[in-house]
Design a protein around this ligand. Sequence first.
Ligand code: BES
Ligand code: MN
Ligand code: ZN
Length: 506
Amino acid sequence: MNIKLSFNDKNFSTREAVVFGVYTKNVDSKTKGKAKAKKKTELVFHHWPKEIIQAFNKVKTSKNFKGGQGESTEFNLPSGSTLVVLGLGDKEKFTSEILRRETAGIFKQYKRRSEELAFDLDTLMMHTMEQTVGICAEAIWLANYSFETHMSKKNENILKSVVFMSSQTKAKEKKIETLLKKSQVLCESINLARDWVNEPPNILNSEEYAKRIEQDAKKISGVKIKILGKEELKKENMGMFLSVNAGSAFKPQLVHLTYSPKKATKHIALVGKGLTFDTGGYCLKPSTSIANMKFDMAGSATVYAAFRTLVLNRVQVKITCVLGITDNAINSLATKPDSIVKARNGKTVEILNTDAEGRLLLGDCLDYVCDLKPDAVIDAATLTGACLVALGSEICGLMGNNQKLMDKLLSSSKACDEYMWQLPIIPEFHKDIKSPNADLKNIGSKGHGGTCKAAAFLESFVKKDIPWAHLDIAGVADSQSHLPYTPKHGASGLMVRTLVNYIENV
Ligand code: BES
Ligand code: MN
Ligand code: ZN
């Protein structure tokens, strides 16, 4: 499905269906004789042509339309076009996220009803036309996703094309065209990540996953790919990574991607947890928690999608992307609790819980990327169930060793309307993961603060002078049923936009 721009165009009557946004405002209405003013809401027809307002006011049911968020109504123009009126609520309280959600919502309502859906951008205006187009396009492409790979009957969209109309000049349209293409690349990357996360574990094992990444990355010019298998990981002394893979029927795969544009002055490294399935290992997850653990590779899919977007959009930053891929399975060789392994950085680690596997694999990957001396390292991982307890499933946990880096990530997350909240790493958490039998143990002594202690563990493998931030996406990577631009069930694809925004502005 494509989105077409049609600027210098107010010819609504030739369109099949056109969406117009309408706001509300609070007014005081004084009634005769009564001293007290009554609060009333009125519709605000921002940038509506006079004749359309008149046509709308003639529709008898229009008097019942309040214009609140999520409210919509429609009427026909004499030409036979459907005019869809989309309520956006109080104009004073209008935000980019309201526009994103409302656009996604109305798009989903009409995608099985109409062949063409036009949006009158002038009536949906944010601060700038660029911002409006960016948000509306994103909302539509993200809302259009569904995971139907394994359905024998696919749902058919009746909708063939979306048109963004505006009265602004054709010259403006040219500029917006580039922005639209960039936004499409971003959404395609997010949807690819969603597809991979949703793919079941019997199909997407570590080798298959690495192959799919390689196939995709090969098509992008300027990307160097290196894949380390079991032998190479042994040579790298990645004892922690290998311990997670010990019980697996499939090879561990460390996918190392590099994009190094000539003009780059900054180098950012992204690291992702790619557990194609997490059984918990010998510390086996009970059946209620093991379900859906195919999504434990969302961190790797998230950072890959960000990497892919930035490279395709030719951002002038050197980017390293390292994905640690395996499953956490059980056979007679699988790591047993009480095992002690040696990490790549030389530290010894007592594995007291084989279900705290993400930090093991990530620890070695973090140490590996620190050797490349990047200006910053950011990892994303579905690392702890405790993150859902602390923040709920709607908020991404943020931790790290550098406040400046974390502040930048927080402002990127705000700019993209993705929820992120910083959690602390205190010296006591580092103390709590010291082992009497080895340098470290992979879980804390006391059960609480699991998200922060996992981050403290990761920090032990990051070189002190390298700014590092960790995103715990255990909650946000999965179904976000409150968001109309993410699918009801399955991978959300959240945090890709935040990472892209951070690197674009680094
Ligand atoms: N992949 C899980 C984290 C997870 C759990 C994400 C539930 C989303 C929902 C991770 O590998 C894990 O199992 N973590 C353990 C750590 C514990 C053993 C210290 C957890 O959170 O229970
Ligand atoms: Mn686990
Ligand atoms: Zn896991």
